[in-house]
Design a protein around this ligand. Sequence first.
Ligand code: FBP
Length: 569
Amino acid sequence: MAPAFVLSGDTVTGDPAISTASLRVAAVHSEVQAKRIDHALPLPSVLKKPFRIVDGPPSSAAGHPEEIEKLFPNMFGQPSASLVTEHSGAVPIDSNLKVGVVLSGGQAPGGHNVICGIFDYLQEYAKGSTLYGFRGGPAGIMKCKYVELTADYVYPYRNQGGFDMICSGRDKIETPEQFKQAEETTTKLDLDGLVVIGGDDSNTNACLLAENFRSKNMKTRVIGCPKTIDGDLKCKEVPASFGFDTACKIYSEMIGNVMTDARSTGKYYHFVRLMGRAASHITLECALQTHPNITIIGEEVYSKKLTLKNATDYIVDVICKRAELGYNYGVILVPEGLIDFIPEVQELIAELNEILAHETIDEEGQWKKKLKEQSLKLFEFLPRTIQEQLLLERDPHGNVQVAKIETEKMLIQMVETELEKRNQEGTYKGEFKGQSHFFGYEGRCGLPTNFDATYCYALGYGAGVLLQSGKTGLISSVGNLAAPVEEWTVGGTALTSMMDVERRHGKFKPVIKKAMVELEGAPFKKFESQREEWAMKNRYISPGPIQFKGPGSDAVNHTLLLELGAQDP
Ligand code: FBP
């Protein structure tokens, strides 16, 4: 019988509009969830011994260093920090810290463990400290909505998926009034530190906050943590964003299942769109785990300047050849961000972004006159549902909400049309039935894999160390991830070193440069060397559900292993 946990001390401070009744007051866990709560997490050896922080050389930026320096005069050039074992004594410690933590952006498995890592670090090394959880993302900071995180409060969330301990949000702290609100909150709570757990946009925001606090001589330090299932927040020193490992394993289980379905019925082509707003890392990793017949990688489409017609023809050619072999079924993976990679669509989206930033879309379609001829032609050619989805409101960071664009359905329609044509020409004699799937939200809140659970705990612990050591404007970085946990490295990377400038809402803004799939990188090369065989011969792999014990439970994803140059089984 699964135990029921009652969250005690469940009060929200700062906003009388939020009653405790709106919070999760009782959480009933399944047997597996309950078992996972007490799963002991190993720490890297460097965090178990007395340690000290060593600073590296001054850093620069991922692009346009002069612009970044102008935007971050106090943060730019900061060195990275690494923890080293200190045999002669413990780290200098100031106790009684007041620290805030916020979850920002989309959910990613492991977020709760980052918070638990910060909490346990403070308990261990800064007794008497207080940890506040800002509720509902950055809006919680601006509106000063927080909850004090106690041992009882965090306990039921240990090793659990989701962000429901304090919830998340996509608000951005950007206007002078919003920065002022953030200052008021940190002053009111007398915060020594703030940990921002988020993706590229949220960590950019974390650095802006760090810069703002430092420029005003405020004591609040800001540390980021790399979160996103998309896997596109990484660099040499930050080898992975958390949540990617779990999400890919969940999707791969589901892909393996539809592969078996395809083989069993012999009559469906399953078109699976996979989450990942911009980069195709999730799609590539799932392909490496499951060996589908066709996989479209957005970065390749972009680099080869393929049009929608080219991508459709590629799919249709494989379907025709498979029909000749007697296979009228298959599995096709497409990344969520695909259409954003097709140069002609990209141009259309850029024009739409500018139009949407400055005017409202009128029924009569007057706004269409602002589109260039080629973009207008493409817009009129797209199915009506896709047109509507392209015009949906942008997210607070100015991004097209690609999760809402049903590319898989659009591709099915285009493939059907082309196959009918080939059928009439006599070059295709098969049967085609497309089934569309979108595997997205299903992967964001699963129980974190052993890898994500341990990685997140170390990231949180590391964030605690950095704050206590007086660091600000760094992102918690845990490295050497292909080695056993004991050998993982821990430190912090200057957020400005990951930044470039980009055009958003019609203006240049600093952003952490997204890590896209490298076409010369080992994961893509491995996929490229095998995809032709997967297209014609059915080499499907069904990885099954995530394991927490026994074979496969500690397996690290292919992308990480290949990128780190480790042996990929
Ligand atoms: P983050 O970058 O905030 O981690 O979110 C990633 C993501 O899950 C994308 O894969 C997806 O396109 C998007 O969030 C969906 O956004 P929303 O949760 O607002 O629907």
